[in-house]
Design a protein around this ligand. Structure first.
Ligand code: MTE
Ligand code: MO
Length: 413
């Protein structure tokens, strides 16, 4: 199995060139020598499935090398996020060739009792299988809302998913290898390669404290929605850690290190996936020692129906719906407002199918007269914290924007 659109030498694969030529309707002159990352302009817009097989044509491309692709909120309307609508956040280049029969997962590190390797067949045959729907949201989802702007992919709302993951519990594998008393963290390593091409560099290697690693719902998964994991989302094996920044859910998983220190792999240190310990003014410089690692994600919600910009008839009640999630916590309330937060209507809210899965909410909304409206959704978590209506705590890398999602509605006869 091969993935990605670039060949080993860094040029577009022949198969991809073929589809690009079809799309453009003419030969691309010198296409074979297009430099890395360069796609003829306009190609990816609405035509994504040609270059990212299995992904929906209306996903939004933020970057094509590495691929960073998000869903517009209305595409996230499904209760279980389907493969084609799941965002892709790659930090490096996915593995080119994947051989299921030789793929191994190795457990090692300072705090392992017995370093061990497992084939996928062994994982499947030796350990009990579990399935959970898990909310995976990129720590940088919503970054586009910050001002002054934060560098990095300008995610709007759609770097979040809640698919059904199937595999073994990470804790069962860790216990099988043996966890020493002094273990504090785990760190993952995937088979993707660094964007520079340097084989000694890893694009990302993050992790979670042992306590999160040992939770029932933390999985080493080989299936998503009862099928193989999509190539871009980590085939053939990935960590699935619900409720925490999705960067902790290592894709193309090959190795887990049980650490006796806080894991210090690429993107664990410095300012990556870290926020200031204390609130800072927008634009303020923050010393590196004043950052802390993001753990459980904050309360958030999306309006997934209708699509923003919908036009309805005057006397027509509007059904609105979406999902809400709260990191390690659950959601206790969702409200909507059609008057910019002046008054709020309580929505009906379902329980999650399991811990760490998003919850569905819905409401019937009536508009008093014709005109332009916004529907705002605001969720509250089980500890009483709600989403802010404006952009929350500015931070240098633009993480954790959980402000209310808004859609526009026009009432016209
Ligand atoms: N090996 C590996 N794992 C990874 C990444 C990566 O680039 N390489 N990206 C991380 C980040 S930052 C996020 S938000 C999620 C995205 O998961 P998805 O692409 O399946 O939606 O995967 C995480 N796991
Ligand atoms: Mo991320």
């Amino acid at each position: 199995m091969s993935s990605g659109i670039w060949n080993r030498r860094g040029f577009l694969k022949k198969s991809v060139l073929g589809s690009l030529t079809c799309l453009v309707g003419s030969n691309i002159v010198h296409a074979a020598s297009l430099p890395k990352g360069v796609l003829p302009l306009g190609i990816t817009e609405g035509q994504l499935e040609e270059v990212l097989p299995g992904k929906h044509k209306d996903l939004i491309v933020l970057n094509d090398r590495p691929w960073n692709v998000e869903a517009p909120p209305h595409l996230l309307d499904d209760r279980i996020t389907p493969a084609d609508k799941m965002f892709v956040r790659n930090n490096g280049i996915p593995p080119e060739s994947i051989d299921l029969s030789t793929w191994k997962l190795t457990i090692e590190g300072e705090s392992v009792v017995d370093s061990k390797s497992y084939s996928i067949a062994e994982l499947k045959s030796k350990f009990k299988h579990y399935s959970y729907q898990l909310t995976l949201e990129c720590g940088g989802n919503g970054r586009a809302g910050f001002y002054p702007p934060a560098s990095g992919n300008q995610w709007a709302e759609g770097a979040v998913s809640c698919a059904k993951w199937t595999g073994v519990r990470l804790k069962d594998i860790l216990n099988d290898a043996g966890v020493k008393e002094d273990a504090v963290y785990i760190g993952y390593y995937g088979k993707d390669t660094h964007i520079s091409g340097d084989p000694d560099k890893k694009p990302i290697s993050r992790g979670v404290p042992i306590s999160k690693a040992m939770e029932d719902e933390t999985l080493i998964a080989w299936a998503m929605n009862d099928e193989d994991i999509p190539t871009m989302n980590g085939y053939p094996l990935r960590l699935a850690v619900g409720g925490w920044p999705a960067s902790t859910s290592g894709k193309w998983l090959e190795r887990i290190s049980i650490r006796n220190i806080v894991h210090d792999g690429p993107k664990m240190t410095g300012t990556s996936y870290r926020v200031p310990k204390n609130p800072v003014a927008p634009g303020e410089k923050v010393a590196e020692e004043d950052f802390k690692i993001i753990e459980s994600m904050p309360i958030k919600s999306l309006v997934t129906y209708p699509k923003t910009g919908a036009v309805i008839k005057p006397s027509q009640a509007l059904s609105v719906r979406g999902h809400a999630w709260a990191g390690d916590l659950s959601v206790s309330k969702v409200q909507v407002s059609i008057d910019f937060g002046a008054t709020w209507q309580v929505c009906s809210l379902e329980k999650p199918v399991n811990r760490l899965a998003w919850q569905h909410w819905s409401a019937e909304v009536n508009f008093p007269k014709e005109g332009y409206y916004e529907v705002w959704a605001k969720a509250t978590d089980s500890e009483g914290k709600s989403q802010p209506m404006v952009i929350p705590g500015w931070n240098p890398k633009g993480y954790l924007n959980n402000s209310c999602h808004r859609i526009a509605i026009k009432v016209a006869s």
